[in-house]
Design a protein around this ligand. Sequence first.
Ligand SMILES: [Zn+2]
Length: 416
Amino acid sequence: MQQSDHIKLGKELDLFVQSDVVGRGLPLLTPKGATLKRILRRFIEDEEIKRGYEYTDTPVMAKSELYKISGHLEHYKDSMFIFGVRPSTNSGQAEEMVLRPMTCPHQFIIYKSRRRSYRELPIKYAEIASLFRNEQTGEMHGLIRIRQFTLADAHIICMPDQLEKEFENVVDLIQYVMKCLGLTDYWYRFSKWDPKNKEKYIDNPKSWDESQKAMKKILDKMKLKYDEAENEAAFYGPKLDIQMKNVFGKEDTIFTVQIDFALPERFDMWYEGADGKKHRPMVIHRSSIGALERTMAMLIEHYQGAFPVWLSPVQIKVVPVSEKSNTYGNKILEKLNETGPCLPAGRFRCEIDSSNETLSKKILNVQKEKIPYILVVGEKEEKDRLVAVRSRVGDEGQMKLEEFIEKIQKEISDKK
Ligand SMILES: [Zn+2]
């Protein structure tokens, strides 16, 4: 069967819109699309907090000075939005501001805000961060290549002897996330620098040599199968990329893990060791569920819009057989709304179709929307206090509402 891409499906299923007047690469999520994004965000926040991450909340912009320190201005300038703030009447000087392309410099400033002891490490700062990239107009594509995106970002600041364990923990988290999302068609890529490309990378061959060796050693020890790619590293360090293909067969990186020996030095980060002396920490940059928009695109294409129940923007549609049953239908809806909490996104997401369309038309509409469950209610169901359940598989017969709730709750918690 011909697979649709996420732009076509996104329109059909009312998940996002694109507008020339807003600009290219700036998709607008509708309530349903925003619901899907919220589910992913809550899921990953809960999971990361469980795994010892601490959440920060930092500004989406900073003075360009910050990005001078990090090296972004030198190696990443073409991809950044740089603008001036109106001059203050006193000094008459305009400050140059940057919409952040990455979260790292902001979180490093928090790390540096006080003395750190080796006892505190590893520190794992996470943030669901809005980031900005000035992509070329021709490169923009749906939710995959965009100018503003939301990265489930984190930086693990650790001692050298903690690096291996922390790296393994990150890969374990990524594998868990992929399993929950039902995405199995992915592979690993070890992305290295190119010593000849002076413009793209921080020029410190010794630190590149060390960080690449460290990463290769960990990957081999973990027995991960990976491809190697030259000239695909971040400007500050090598990456382990998690690669997938979209419906057109185009390869994309969806998550990355990076080992960084360079930025701790540039930011003069240190901790006090057991010996009372100053030591340089190492940093792992990583995304766990990637840029939420890009992950949404992959999910939309993978499931062709028919998401598992836990990810469905609408999980249940109550369909009264005729207007006579609207009151009973609304009672069922009320009961569903009272049930919860139902993790990871609060209560059931349910709607009712109380229009005067025929039953078959109403059911056809729900099927087009790819909602996993339909509860048909008529006079007979009302008399017996039942609901008639229809899923994507077909007719599942009549049952008590409590029975249905138990069944769907289990499906949600199992992430089936
Ligand atoms: Zn980073």
